[in-house]
Design a protein around this ligand. Structure first.
Ligand SMILES: [Zn+2]
Length: 250
């Protein structure tokens, strides 16, 4: 693994001084590759925190352009980037934040082969998309590549968060949880969303990814439910579906 320079050691010192994380955790982050699908409400805090925290390499994937109605919550984008591809707008912000993070982009909707290529060799995938088709496709690709997946969602005042660790055969996956692709996907465009709720969920998603990369305990096998209106947090244990076509061992 590539070691930190003295300048990087100083930059990340507030994390390195955490006993559970330390220089080992920071070095792991420095050598890690995270793939972020969706640079919207969740992908904004996810990409900003992973870049600031010192993840060595990010791949940003999105098909959309920045719209003025995104700026209410998608804090990685700026008024000046309205009309630009989201991956380019995000890369500009992130690269200005941390020149040590290598940032690659894919502007488009990846097909199955492209998905496999994008996450090949990655250490963690973050699903920050807002539709079920993409979520099932990303889950299946992570299962094929055995790359852990940190998945979050936010709508109205509510959020969900889980870690699906495909390196652990006992861990359930996204497909175990939702099973049915015919569920009507709710989107922020139709149902609305309160701005800091995506910030809360995305920040926690980044935290789970950092802990996973550092070898610390995560929400693996559990689902966190957040209600931003009442400020109630609940954690459920997720059962693994023995008939799941994605994660059930042959
Ligand atoms: Zn499954």
């Amino acid at each position: 693994m590539e070691q930190l320079t003295p300048e990087q050691f100083k930059r990340y010192s507030r994390q390195i001084m955490l006993m559970e994380f330390g220089l080992d955790g920071q070095t792991r982050l420095h050598n890690a590759h995270a793939v972020i699908f969706g640079l919207g409400g969740l992908g904004s805090p996810v990409s900003v925190y992973l870049t600031a925290a010192g993840v060595g390499r990010l791949t940003l994937v999105d098909f959309d352009t920045v719209d003025e109605s995104n700026l209410q919550r998608q804090i990685v984008h700026r008024e000046s980037s309205v009309g630009q591809p989201k991956v380019e707008s995000a890369k500009t912000t992130l690269q200005a934040l941390n020149r040590w993070t290598r940032i690659d982009t894919f502007n488009g909707v990846p097909d199955e082969d492209t998905l496999d290529n994008l996450i090949s060799g990655a250490d963690v995938v973050l699903d920050c998309t807002d539709n079920f088709d993409a979520r099932f496709a990303i889950n299946a690709a992570c299962a094929r590549a055995r790359v852990p997946l940190v998945s979050a969602a936010a709508i109205r005042w509510e959020g969900q968060l889980s870690v699906f660790d495909f390196t652990d055969p006992d861990c359930p996956c996204y497909q175990c949880l939702y099973k049915d692709a015919s569920m009507e996907g709710m989107t922020c465009a139709h149902s609305g969303v309160m701005s800091p709720v995506v910030g809360m969920m995305g920040s926690m998603q980044a935290l789970e990814a950092i802990k996973l990369l550092a070898g610390l305990p995560t929400l693996k096998g559990k689902l966190l439910l957040v209600d931003g209106l009442t400020m109630q947090f609940r954690t459920l244990t997720l059962p693994k579906d023995p008939a799941c076509p994605v994660c059930h061992p042959d």
